[in-house]
Design a protein around this ligand. Sequence first.
Ligand code: UD1
Ligand code: UDP
Length: 362
Amino acid sequence: MKVIHVVGARPNFVKIAPVITALNKFKNDLNQILVHTGQHYDQNMSGIFFKDLSINQANDYLGIGAGTHAEQTSAVMVGCEQMFKKYNPDLVVVVGDVNSTLAAAVTAAKMGIKLAHVESGLRSYDRSMPEEHNRVVTDHLSDILFTPSEDASINLDREGIAKHRVHFVGNVMIDSLMNELPNRPELNEIEIPGLKSLKNESYALLTLHRPSNVDNPGVIYEILRALKPLSDEMPVIFPIHPRTRNRLGNIDTKYLTICEPLGYREFLSLESQARLVLTDSGGIQEETTFLGVPCITIRENTERPITLTHGTNILANPKNLPGIIRDILSNSHYDKPTKIKYWDGKAAKRIADIIVSREWMN
Ligand code: UD1
Ligand code: UDP
């Protein structure tokens, strides 16, 4: 059997790593090919993840880079069509909800190749979010849908997707987290410009990259200003996504500790030991829930509601953010997370077992 994985952006690398490892156990029976679209291309948005997650170099690199949604999606489609012709796979595997995911899914469907989607069924029900179209279209084109949580399977059922295609396998982000947590560096081994050793010091960790938060200068200004009181109490470390860095303009950020995006292992170290995480990332909502680290998600909604009901996640906006931060720091607004089914480090093994079963071929 021949399987092509298509990845392109930072969170994709974290999701595919455990799937590749799990499928490698069947290498007598199965040939894996990895295609990197090049949607993310900086060393610290891409290359470092291959190193930190021990992923072999991609077989092919499409180098599509930045662009509008149509430019990016169409370039990945053209590139994927060539790849699928070249390798003639039995199955295409896509992960997550980025433009590379959508483009590879549409291409596979149009070429009549079976398609598997890892992290299927998540819905924010917010169509102004670019990822939401990608999720819906990819799911409806997929032959095998691997869901990370039971609510995701319920969403797919509600949309009329046949039950036999849907497999609740758990969360591959947590597989990677559990695999790499023992490999994280000590805090005093991590160099953050402008900060002395973080050992024994409380700090907050901030990431922002959603267009709804960062593309409008007024909105990003309001969010960052709401973090000023927190920065008086502890360093707010902000490994800044390139989209966001490009949007800062002349907004005053002196009170924040800005650094380049971090590699996966360094980031895990900071994330797991932070007093508080502030984010709009999808994956970070899940990781903090597993780690039991308080997380404030600066968004109106989330496609990962289980992190609100079972985890450490709280939604916020610039207006209520200072109050929520105060409550968390005074421990008055805090519930311990509960265990979530199949967030157990074995999701990728379940995925591999289903792929090699070949039941989806019928
Ligand atoms: C993309 C995904 C988003 C995901 C995020 C993870 C889509 C529609 N969005 O958003 O779902 O949460 O990745 O991080 O697919 N850039 C660089 N260097 C890089 C990568 C990007 O400078 O290595 C800059 C470019 O100016 C680019 C901009 O960042 O135009 C945005 O990159 P893009 O991949 O289009 O979207 P993200 O915001 O990264
Ligand atoms: N991450 C990282 N370094 C950083 C920021 C994030 O390694 O500086 C990791 C994080 O631990 C998680 C993933 O990147 O595993 C999340 O990616 P991102 O927030 O870019 O995308 P999203 O999950 O929102 O799609």
